[in-house]
Design a protein around this ligand. Structure first.
Ligand code: 5GP
Ligand code: MN
Length: 342
């Protein structure tokens, strides 16, 4: 755990400030839950916070309280730039290095004259003036709870804050099932329910929002599933054509990789998603046990993440990308086979 200049940050926040809060590109439930949770808290403290989102986020997160106050850097560029210009500090949540916001927004942040405060659970964070980094944490949203706790403000947590933080913790832990979910996570969750988070509604808002197209795309993805049982590995491909045929919308492939990991005995899973617009194949990796997909993604696919959930990309064609992936398996055979005891 790294906690840097916290006391200084606490005194800085004693008087009202203009503040910008930023999450990573392609925001997920934890990025949106943590940024909006912090937004509601800072507003309650008398500050003037603005959440600036790098780009589009999935429809199933648009119901989050405060979602309609956010600026999208790609679409609402002048408003975003203005908010950044007048801010006296920028909070960076749920990512570890500035390039994770995308190159346009990265350039703007690199030219920023004031200080950054990073709150994040990813490995190997870059250095910023204020830091609260803990790679043992299941989610940045849980860290926002502990940040508010360190500020001695737990009694300020209301229904909106509790709802945002619950959502981020729920989505980043696969609904409280990943190894990163601890007894402390459950204590935090219990307190958030006491403070007004309606757990049944939140689950329903996030998970019962399938479109017909998304279910058809899932059907296609499952038909494309390949098992490499010799290496306890399974993977899924989704081509650009299959996305178009099934009216693909952002967020539709969220969680699909988990089906590959759900095959009995499977410990290493990947999903390859073609993105013709960007000219890349976007990859998500998942593992069970000690085999680190963070290392695998860093070493071979220009990415990173956590030990059991990481991502990366490839500029090769889909076919070549999958061939590269399969050809790497023998090199990791022992690590994969010994990763997880049933
Ligand atoms: P997902 O597969 O759900 O998109 O991402 C899983 C984890 O890997 C997340 O924590 C995410 O931040 C990280 N991740 C995904 N894609 C990339 C990438 O291209 N580069 C890096 N460094 N991390 C990634
Ligand atoms: Mn996260």
């Amino acid at each position: 755990m790294i906690l840097k200049h916290f006391d200084e940050l606490q005194s800085f926040l004693e008087t009202p400030k203009n503040i910008v809060i930023v999450g990573h590109r392609n925001p997920d439930g934890d990025a949106m839950g943590s940024t909006l949770g912090l937004y509601h808290y800072l507003k309650k403290k008398g500050h003037n916070p603005t959440v600036v989102v790098p780009n589009e986020y999935p429809d199933f997160l648009h119901w989050l309280p405060g979602s309609n106050t956010t600026y999208r850097f790609d679409w609402q560029n002048s408003q975003s730039q203005r908010a950044i210009k007048r801010s006296e500090i920028i909070f960076l949540l749920d990512f570890n290095a500035l390039h994770r916001v995308g190159s346009d927004m990265q350039n703007t942040l690199e030219a920023y004259g004031n200080d950054f405060a990073l709150i994040d659970h990813h490995q190997q964070p870059d250095d910023f003036k204020y830091m609260y980094s803990d790679t043992e944490m299941c989610s940045t949203s849980q860290m926002i709870y502990h940040f508010i706790e360190k500020m001695n403000d737990l009694d300020l947590i209301d229904k909106d804050i509790a709802t945002c933080l619950y959502t981020g913790i729920m989505t980043d832990t696969g609904s409280f099932r990943f190894r990163s979910t601890t007894s402390l996570t459950h204590r935090v969750i219990a307190d958030l329910i006491d403070k007004g988070a309606e757990n049944d509604r939140i689950h329903s808002n996030v998970y019962d929002s399938n479109s017909y197209g998304r279910l058809q795309l899932l059907g296609q993805a499952l038909r494309n599933l390949k098992e490499v049982s010799e290496y306890k590995t399974a993977y899924i491909t989704i081509s650009d054509k299959e996305k178009v045929e099934n009216s693909f919308k952002k967020g539709d492939t969220e969680g699909v990789v988990n089906y590959a990991l759900s095959i009995s005995g499977s410990v290493f899973a990947a999903i390859f998603i073609e993105d013709r617009e960007q000219g890349i194949v976007k990859i998500s990796f998942r593992s069970k046990g000690s085999f680190s997909v963070n290392m695998f993604a860093r070493n071979h696919f220009n990415g990173g993440g956590h030990d059991n959930a990481a991502g990366g990309k490839s500029e090769l064609s889909m076919k070549e990308t999958v061939e590269k992936f399969v050809s790497l398996l023998p090199k990791y055979k022992e690590e994969i086979l010994s990763s997880y005891e049933e």
